[in-house]
Design a protein around this ligand. Structure first.
Ligand code: TYM
Length: 339
C-alpha cells in the first residue's frame, strides 16, 4: 500500500442533547473557531443521530439542535467560512456507519468507556444505537476524509477507534482510502471539571446547575457560580507544581488560562500566591467578559428560527457535496452493485 495524500480537513461534532457548558466551549467550540480562522477547511456538525442513542423528547431535540447551531455561531463559527450542518440532513453519515458496523468488532465496542458509563449497570437494556455509537462517529469523520478532529479529552478513546476502523477497512480491502485521523486534544482546558467537585467532569447531565456554567447563563449567574465554586482553604501556590493534588484550584487555573489564551505557566506567573478571594473575582470578570456576549448572541439568533434552518440547509448541501463521492467510492470498494 502506498501512502495516499490527504489534504488537511478539520471535522468535529457536538450532540444536541440539551444545553452547552463552559466545557463544550473551551474544549471544543472556541477551538473550532480558532481552527476556522487559521484558514483550514473546517466542517462542524450537530450530531442529532448520536443524541437519540439515548431517549430524547422530540420537541426538546428540535429546540436543542437549533440552539446548538446558535451556540456554534455565537462562539465564532461562521457558516460562510465553515460548513455548519445537522447530521441527519446528510444521510451519507448513516450509510457509511452501516459499512463501519460491518468493519468494527464487537470486542472493540465493548471496551468503550463511554458506553459503559452511559449504559450503566443495565447494559442489556441500552439501545443498539448506543453500542454502535462510535462507528457512527467514525463515519462522521471519515465520510469527509477529515484528517484532524479537535475534541476534549473524553473523546480520545472514540478517536482511537476511528483510526482502528480506518486501518482495518484499508487493510481488508487492500486500499489506502481512509486517512488515519489525528485527534487534536490541545490547550489548557481539554477536561474542564465540575465547579462543585474537581474530580468530576463538567457536564450538562450533572444534577447540580451550580456545577457548570451554561452558555445560556447571564452575567450575574456566571459571576455567582464562580464565586461559589468549591476551593480549598489555602491560597494559590506560587508554582504550577503546587497545583498537584489540588483539583479544584487546578481547574479554575485551567479555565482562566483557556479563557485568556495563556499557558498555565503564564497564568501562574500572574496570579500565583493570591488568595481565592482575590483570584475568583478576576476569573469571574474574565468569564463574564467572554461568555455573556455569547449568551446574548445566542438569544438573539434564536429569535429567528427560520434563518437557523436556512443556515443548516445550506450547510447540509455543502457537506453532501463532499460526502457523496466518498460514500460512492466506498460502496464501489466494498463491491455494492450500482455504485
Ligand atoms: P459531546 O457532545 O459530549 O461534547 C462536545 C465536545 O465538547 C467536549 N467536552 C469537553 N471538553 C472539555 N471539558 C469538558 N468538561 C467537556 N465536556 C464536553 C467534548 O470532548 C467534545 O469535543 N461523541 C461526541 C460527539 C461526536 C463527535 C463526532 C466529535 C459525534 N461525532 C465526530 C468529533 C467528531 C460527543 O458526545 O461530544
Amino acid at each position: 500500500m502506498t501512502e495516499a495524500e490527504f489534504t488537511s480537513r478539520v471535522f468535529s461534532g457536538i450532540q444536541p442533547s440539551g444545553g452547552l457548558t463552559l466545557g463544550n466551549y473551551l474544549g471544543a467550540l472556541k477551538r473550532f473557531a480558532q481552527a476556522q480562522d487559521q484558514g483550514i477547511e473546517t466542517i462542524y456538525c450537530m450530531v442529532d443521530l448520536h443524541a437519540i442513542t439515548v431517549w430524547q423528547d422530540p420537541v426538546k431535540l428540535r429546540h436543542a439542535t437549533r440552539e446548538l447551531c446558535a451556540g456554534f455561531i455565537a462562539s465564532g463559527v461562521d457558516p460562510e467560512k465553515s460548513i455548519l450542518f445537522n447530521q441527519s440532513q446528510v444521510s451519507e453519515h448513516a450509510q457509511l456507519a452501516w459499512i463501519f458496523n460491518c468493519v468494527a468488532r464487537m470486542g472493540w465496542m465493548k471496551r468503550m468507556t463511554q458506553f459503559k458509563d452511559k449504559a450503566g449497570k443495565n447494559a442489556e437494556n441500552a439501545s443498539l444505537g448506543l453500542f454502535g455509537y462510535p462507528a457512527l462517529m467514525a463515519a462522521d469523520i471519515l465520510v469527509y476524509h477529515a484528517t484532524h478532529v479537535p475534541v476534549g479529552e473524553d473523546q480520545k478513546q472514540h478517536l482511537e477507534l476511528t483510526r482502528d476502523i480506518a486501518a482495518k477497512f484499508n487493510h481488508d480491502y487492500s486500499v489506502d482510502f481512509f486517512p488515519i485521523t489525528e485527534p487534536v486534544i490541545e490547550g489548557a482546558a481539554t477536561r474542564v471539571m465540575s465547579l462543585r467537585d474537581g474530580s468530576k467532569k463538567m457536564s450538562k447531565s450533572d444534577p447540580s446547575d451550580m456545577s457548570r456554567i451554561n452558555l445560556t447563563d447571564d452575567a450575574d449567574t456566571i459571576a455567582k457560580k464562580i464565586r461559589k465554586a468549591k476551593t480549598d482553604p489555602e491560597p494559590l501556590p506560587s508554582e504550577v507544581a503546587g497545583l498537584e493534588d489540588r483539583p479544584e484550584a487546578r481547574n479554575l487555573i485551567n479555565i482562566y488560562a483557556a479563557l485568556s489564551d495563556k499557558s498555565v505557566d503564564q497564568v501562574m506567573a500572574d496570579v500565583g500566591g493570591k488568595a481565592f478571594s482575590e483570584f475568583k473575582p478576576m476569573l469571574a470578570d474574565l468569564a463574564v467578559a467572554q461568555m455573556a456576549p455569547i449568551s446574548d448572541e445566542m438569544s438573539r439568533l434564536m429569535q429567528d428560527e427560520a434563518e437557523i434552518d436556512r443556515i443548516l440547509t445550506v450547510g447540509a448541501d455543502r457537506a453532501r457535496a463532499i460526502a457523496a463521492p466518498i460514500l460512492k467510492k466506498t460502496y464501489e470498494i466494498v463491491g455494492l452493485v450500482g455504485s
